[in-house]
Design a protein around this ligand. Structure first.
Ligand SMILES: [Mg+2]
Length: 258
C-alpha cells in the first residue's frame, strides 16, 4: 500500500486522500471577498438609512469580512450557503426587523448576489477560484501511486464540478461529497459516506483541510491524528488551526512512496 510522507516523515499507509475544496484545493479568498461585499451591499439597500451603519458592522463581523481579507475561520470561509443565509437574517433581526421579513430579504439578497456572480462569469470576468500552488503535481503523484482522491466540501455539487473541470482536475477525483449529500460536513458520517463510495476504510485515509472543523471531523471519523492535515497556504492570514495536527505549507511537502 502506498505510504504518505510529509516533509519526509512517514504518515502511514493510505488508500485515499480526502480534500476540502475552499481554502485547500482552491484559493477562494478573492471570490469570497467579492461575494461577501455584494451580500453586504445588497442587504444595506433593503433597509432604511438609519439602520445601515449598524447592519453593515454586524454583517461584516458575521461574514469575517475585512478590507482586503476574509477571516479563514469565519462563516463566509467555512459555512454552507444556507448557514450564511441564516446568519444574515439574524443580523437583520438584530437591527430590528421581524424574522419572516429578515429571512425573505436574505433569500432575495443571496439570489441576487449569485445572479451577479453568474453574470460576471458570462462576461468573461474570472469567477472561478484559482488552484493552490503545486496542486496538479501533487494530485498526479498521488493518483499515479494508486491513491484515490476525493473532495469533501460544503459547496454545492455544481460548484465543485465546475471548479474541477475548469482546472482539468476532474479525472483525478474518484468521488465527491457536497453540501447536497447527507449528512454534510462536518458530521463524521460524511467521511464514512465518502469512504463507502470509495470502498476504503477511514483508518486508511488522510484528510486535508483548512478548518478545525475538518480536522475534528476527520479524527472523529477514525482517520489517524497524524493524517488529519491542516493546509495553511491558501489565505493571506493563516487559518488558526489546532496545534496537534501537522500542517502543510506547500503541496511539495507531501510525497507518496509506492
Ligand atoms: Mg475550507
Amino acid at each position: 500500500m502506498p505510504q504518505l510522507l510529509l516533509r519526509g516523515i512517514e504518515l502511514g499507509d493510505v488508500q485515499a486522500v480526502l480534500f476540502d475544496k475552499d481554502g485547500t484545493l482552491s484559493i477562494s479568498e478573492p471570490q469570497l471577498i467579492t461575494l461577501a461585499q455584494a451580500r453586504v451591499f445588497l442587504c444595506l439597500e433593503q433597509v432604511e438609512a438609519a439602520l445601515r451603519p449598524g447592519l453593515k458592522d454586524l454583517l461584516e463581523r458575521a461574514y469575517g469580512l475585512q478590507p482586503q481579507a476574509i477571516c479563514p475561520a469565519g462563516i463566509t470561509a467555512v459555512a454552507s450557503r444556507d448557514h450564511n443565509l441564516i446568519a444574515t437574517a439574524t443580523a437583520l433581526v438584530q437591527v430590528g426587523l421581524g424574522w419572516p421579513e429578515a429571512l425573505a430579504i436574505s433569500e432575495a439578497v443571496f439570489a441576487e448576489a449569485d445572479a451577479r456572480d453568474a453574470r460576471r462569469g458570462q462576461t468573461g470576468e474570472v469567477n472561478t477560484s484559482a488552484t493552490t500552488d503545486g496542486l496538479h503535481d501533487c494530485l498526479e503523484q498521488l493518483t499515479a501511486a494508486g491513491v484515490l482522491c476525493a473532495v469533501i466540501s460544503n459547496d454545492a455539487m455544481a460548484g465543485i464540478e465546475h471548479f474541477l473541470s475548469r482546472h482539468g482536475l476532474a479525472s483525478h477525483f474518484s468521488a465527491l461529497w457536497s453540501a447536497e449529500h447527507h449528512p454534510r460536513k462536518p458530521d463524521p458520517a460524511a467521511v464514512h459516506g465518502l469512504c463507502a463510495q470509495l470502498g476504503v476504510a477511514a483508518a486508511r485515509c488522510a484528510l486535508i483541510g483548512d478548518a478545525n472543523s475538518d480536522l475534528r471531523m476527520a479524527v472523529a471519523a477514525g482517520i489517524p491524528h497524524q493524517r488529519a492535515l491542516g493546509y495553511v497556504a491558501a489565505w493571506r492570514s493563516p487559518p488558526p488551526l489546532l496545534e496537534p495536527h501537522p500542517r502543510i505549507h506547500a503541496w511539495s511537502e507531501l510525497a507518496v512512496r509506492s
